[in-house]
Ligand binder design. Structure first.
Ligand code: ATP
Ligand code: MG
Length: 160
């Protein structure tokens, strides 16, 4: 069973496409934690993921609103914790409601949640590539997400 997959993303379109493919594979209660420095492509991936979930409206960055809710074939909760001071402040967001509900939850800068993270999730780390573009490393935290990565690998092919 695969627990980690690396994918090269040559441009923003490729980042969005990875999000779309993932969005199609996710189900109720699934959680995606996005990590990566400023401008790494987290919101771009979230926009693709929303499309893959069938969200039709515009998906903007929740940097200032913290949480944006959308409706696709499942509810989509797009969260950005960049502006949160500490996990204490995150507690006040009522994250359990999202993590343990029936929608799909994605958190930009999610590693900052530390002990508030759910026991299982899919981690997607975006990094600047040495030349151009980005590199994504997807890591399954738990068997359920390892199965999703298996499916992703079949779709994405040998590049993944
Ligand atoms: N694979 C890629 N190659 C080159 N540019 C990319 C790639 N993916 C996304 N971008 C571009 O990088 C810029 C920043 O993207 P985005 O806003 O999604 O990053 P972010 O990680 O959400 O940033 P922030 O940390 O501010 O929330 C955008 O101009 C986007 O088009
Ligand atoms: Mg962003």
């Amino acid at each position: 069973m695969v627990t980690a997959v690396q994918i090269r993303l040559k441009d923003a379109g490729a980042t969005r496409e990875l999000g779309r493919v993932l969005g199609r594979l996710l189900g109720p209660g699934d959680v995606v934690i996005l990590t990566g420095e400023l401008g790494a492509g987290k919101t771009t991936l979230a926009q693709g993921l929303a499309q893959g979930l069938g969200v039709s409206g515009t998906v903007t960055s929740p940097t200032f609103t913290l949480i944006q809710e959308h409706q696709g074939r499942l509810p989509f909760y797009h969260i950005d914790v960049y502006r949160l001071e500490d996990p204490e402040a995150a507690l006040e967001l009522g994250l359990e409601e999202y993590f343990y509900g029936q929608g799909v939850t994605l958190v930009e800068w999610g590693e900052r949640l530390e002990e508030l993270l759910p026991p299982e999730y899919l981690e997607v780390c975006l990094e600047y590539d040495a030349t151009a573009g980005r590199r994504a490393t997807l890591t399954a935290r738990g068997q359920h997400y390892a199965r999703i990565l298996e499916e992703l690998k079949q779709i994405a092919g040998p590049g993944a």
